[in-house]
Write a protein that binds this ligand. Structure first.
Ligand code: BGC
Length: 849
């Protein structure tokens, strides 16, 4: 638990001396949902935190506080480009500074152990080496901007089912080589200022009380930052002994006076308490929260002399361009028969843009990663803007993919008694007094912390009033979702008065994202208006409202008239028949991919597979664009000419898509996760009796497919560009031990752009050791690099292979070991497209790392 050399004032000893036991203890539990406590006596102002990886939401959970929506981590990972990830990290830091946020609760570096994981979009894929590289780059970008990164969730929080209670049973070697590996690499190389302890248990210890916090994270890896609990993950005083430093959220929690008493009794040592406070003060100093200090802007020593892009100011244009080019660089062209893509825009006269995600795309995943972007460019809008004005763009959603009534479209909502947009929110006391009001743009009603005027009074109800003006004639379905009592009045008549109840044990995030819903149908003519009053009675019937983590949360839901799927498919097919090209944008919804729950199926929701098949039959020039944060099954994949996997690409989605489809940008992505062909090919990864056995051991993702000898739909690392590459040669130029000074071996690869246009390639190096004395994956990613070259040109890349990438964890010895002997390296463009073999030989004296 060494002191950081950077700490001023001998580890803040002078400040510690000014704090009483009670003061110290009070600093170690949050002040509220997002803020830490300040202490004016020592010049400490409250430190502010915010989620999360897809943008910086800030303290409000609604449209009033917009945030740039950057590509989700899985999309960043698909760029395989740490420099780009660092740039996005620096954009996140700029957003934090704009919003007065000191600590960003990102990046998430758990692994996509199973495609069913609800939060997979928030991870950097299934491989620890790729995850470590991208995670470290994001941390550097954030902290370079003077903002703390929080690497989460430590550890084995790779799925959502029973995440608060599940006990992951993970073999020590598997933990070290897979799940701890990204944390280790990031902590040791990028030096994050905070790490978040997960909700779950590992091998019998809940993670906020796990011996891994002190023994591995702090003592072995030298982590000098703050270990913060995931929100609501701290349960007992034991966590204070185990190495947890900060309980979030506040203001109450398991520590407080109980911790002071435990220190007085000697149950928790004074030294342990002081260490926590010192870490907190170090964090405060780093983010400029102490004595009005400036933020530390961490500059990597090895970057001296390089242009410092992260330090350039983020203008709106620069941010837009970074988001657009990063999204394009993340798109994975999985299939492109007869070079259908890129489309030549000149002969295009009619384009059909189809599918449920064409106009309503997903640019981020659900849960705490949610942000409210200032705008979102849909594929439909992006293509309309990019195509010449005389091109006729036909649109149909084709089918419905939502099973619930979605959030009310803002365009329908008008302030009562005015033509202005929005809804009126009133916070009402028992006696009917209105305690506070808000004029809001939409029906998304979430308050993690209630407004000041409401907090101090006794809130009885939240009333939302709006006038819904129909833009089309037909059946509108109007209602709400939430937890508690809801009264809906339409045009002065009570439509329902009901109690919506979330079953006990429901994950709080699931309760927030998809609680029970009640709706009613009403027939409206275009232009017709109806007054809507939704009253949510808080805390009635003696039952708790909202969710475990407190606050109030509900939505006004409206669906506009829609054609039945059978008719809409016929419409889509007609548009496709008449078009020069059909672009079908399929995907998941927020009902399916979110924090708080895992997916129950890998199928695309609704009748989207049927839509793709019917459109492809109608038009042989069909491009299928898949908009999901994790793999889905694509049963039609071999029957359509082009498949582009676009993941969750952030707010510039549509512009980036148009760039790639029309050949203005290269589809730069390579898969950070294996896409299975069938669910039968996957190992079981669900908990049973509260335990989650990581029974597949080292063999997750591509390692599993390689071992089982099965072909996935699309392999890890796969992705086509608009050119072809020939791998010419590979050689080890700095074999160990000589290469050790540089951190290992270096492989030099020569390749040629054998196509007709400029291109970018991701060169991947996989290691294997068939004659190993220990169990090994068939092959594993050992290094990668980006290369780019104009048509016909040759390019050389040097790829570092640190010795640790060849090592295994020797559990009895409790250390990393490199077996002496030969390691085969294969170099190529994906885990299943490897051309050039090279050998690294480790001599017996070279087995440390
Ligand atoms: C999530 C964290 C998040 C926190 C605060 C938790 O439920 O697991 O990732 O940072 O909430 O929103």
């Amino acid at each position: 638990m060494g002191e950081s050399a950077r700490d001023g004032r001998q580890g803040h000893q002078d400040l510690l001396a000014k704090l009483s036991l009670e003061d110290k203890v009070s600093l170690l539990t949050g002040a509220d949902f997002w803020r830490l406590r300040g202490h004016p006596g020592i010049g400490l102002r409250p430190i502010r935190t915010s989620d999360g990886p897809a943008g910086v939401r800030g303290p409000r959970w609604d449209e009033r506080d917009t945030a740039l929506n950057v590509p989700a981590p899985v999309a960043l990972a698909a760029t395989w480009d740490p420099r780009r990830a660092e740039l996005i990290g620096s954009l996140l830091a700029a957003e934090c500074r704009r919003k007065d946020v000191d600590v960003l609760l990102a990046p998430t570096v758990n692994l996509q152990r199973s495609p069913y994981g609800g939060r997979n979009f928030e991870f950097f894929g299934e491989d620890p080496v790729l995850t470590a590289a991208m995670g470290a780059a994001v941390v550097r970008g954030i902290q370079h901007g003077g903002v703390a990164a929080t690497v989460k969730h430590f550890v084995a929080n790779d799925s959502e089912t029973q995440r608060f209670t599940v006990d992951a049973q993970v073999d020590e070697r598997v933990l070290r080589e897979l799940y701890l590996a990204p944390f280790e690499s990031i902590v040791c190389q990028a030096r994050p200022w905070a790490v978040m302890a997960a909700y779950n248990s590992v091998n019998g210890h809940t993670m906020t009380e796990s011996p891994m916090l002190n023994d591995i994270l702090k003592d072995e890896w030298g982590f000098d930052g703050v270990v913060v609990s995931d929100w609501g993950a701290a349960r007992t005083i034991t966590a204070a002994k185990a190495g947890l430093d900060l309980v979030m959220p506040g203001p109450t929690g398991p520590w407080g006076p109980a911790l002071a008493e435990a220190v007085r009794q000697g149950v928790v040592s004074k030294a342990a308490l002081d260490d926590k406070v010192r870490r907190l003060l170090r964090l405060a100093e780093r983010v400029g929260a102490l004595d009005h200090g400036a933020r530390d802007r961490v500059v990597e020593p090895d970057r001296a002399g390089e242009p410092d892009r992260a330090a350039e100011p983020w203008t709106d244009d620069r941010a837009r361009e970074a988001l657009r080019s990063t999204a394009a660089a993340s798109f994975v062209l999985a299939r492109n028969e007869d070079s259908l893509l890129p489309l030549n825009p000149r002969p295009l006269r009619r384009v059909a843009v189809l599918g449920p995600n064409a106009a309503v795309p997903r640019t981020l995943g659900g849960g705490s990663a949610t942000v409210f972007p200032p705008y979102r460019v849909s594929p439909l809008d992006g293509l309309r803007t990019a195509l010449e004005p005389d091109v006729i763009v036909g649109y149909s959603p084709g089918v419905r993919s939502h099973t619930r009534v979605p959030l009310a479209p803002r365009a329908l909502l008008h302030l009562p008694g005015s033509t202005g947009p929005g809804v009126l929110v009133e916070f009402v006391a028992e006696d009917g007094t209105v305690l506070d009001t808000e004029h809001r743009a939409g029906g998304f009603c979430t308050w993690r912390t209630l407004p000041e005027a409401v907090r101090s009074a006794h809130l009885a109800a939240v009333r939302v009033t709006t006038t819904v003006r129909a833009s089309t004639s037909g059946t509108h379905v109007i209602g709400c979702f939430g937890h508690g009592r809801f009264r809906l009045t339409l045009a002065g008549k009570l439509a329902f008065d009901t109690y919506l109840s979330v079953p006990d044990g429901t994950d709080p995030t699931e309760a927030h994202i998809r609680p029970p819903q009640r709706c009613t149908a009403v027939s409206l003519q275009a232009g017709q208006a109806v007054d809507v009053i939704l009253e949510h009675h808080v805390g009635n019937l003696g039952r708790p409202t909202s969710f475990v983590l407190g606050g109030v949360s509900f939505q006004i839901n409206i669906s506009e008239p829609y054609r039945p799927d059978d008719e809409e498919i016929v419409h889509a097919v007609r548009l496709a028949q008449a078009a020069d090209v059909a672009v079908v944008v399929v995907g998941t919804t927020e009902e399916v991919e979110s924090e708080g729950f895992d997916r129950a199926t890998l199928d695309l929701p609704g009748r989207q597979d049927e839509l793709v098949r019917r459109v492809a039959e109608a038009n042989p020039r069909t491009v299928v664009v898949v908009n999901t944060g994790a793999p889905v099954l694509l049963p039609w994949a071999d029957t359509v000419p082009a498949v582009l996997l676009t993941l969750f690409p952030g707010q510039e989605y549509g512009n980036a898509l148009a760039d790639v489809l029309l050949g203005r940008s290269e589809p730069g992505g390579r898969l950070p996760v294996t896409w299975p062909e069938s669910p039968d090919d996957l190992p079981a990864t669900m908990p049973s009796d509260g335990k989650l056995a990581y029974a597949e051991g080292l063999h997750i993702g591509y390692r599993h497919f390689d071992r089982a000898g099965r072909a996935p739909r699309y392999p890890f690392g796969h992705g086509l560009g608009y050119t072809r590459w020939e791998y010419l040669s590979a050689e080890v130029i700095a074999p160990p031990p000589a290469g050790r000074a540089a951190g290992g071996a270096v492989v030099r690869v020569r390749l040629r752009n054998a196509g007709a246009r400029y291109g970018r390639e991701t060169i991947q190096v996989y290691a294997s050791r068939p004659a190993s004395a220990v169990e090994r994956p068939v092959r594993w990613l050992a290094g990668f690099a980006k290369a780019e070259a104009p048509a016909g040109a040759e390019v050389t890349a040097e790829i570092a292979i640190p010795l640790r990438r060849l090592a295994h964890w020797d559990t009895p010895a409790g250390t990393w070991v490199i077996e002496p002997g030969d390691y085969q390296l294969r170099v190529g463009g994906s885990s299943r497209d490897l051309a050039l073999p090279v050998t690294i030989t480790i001599s017996p004296g070279d087995s440390g790392c």
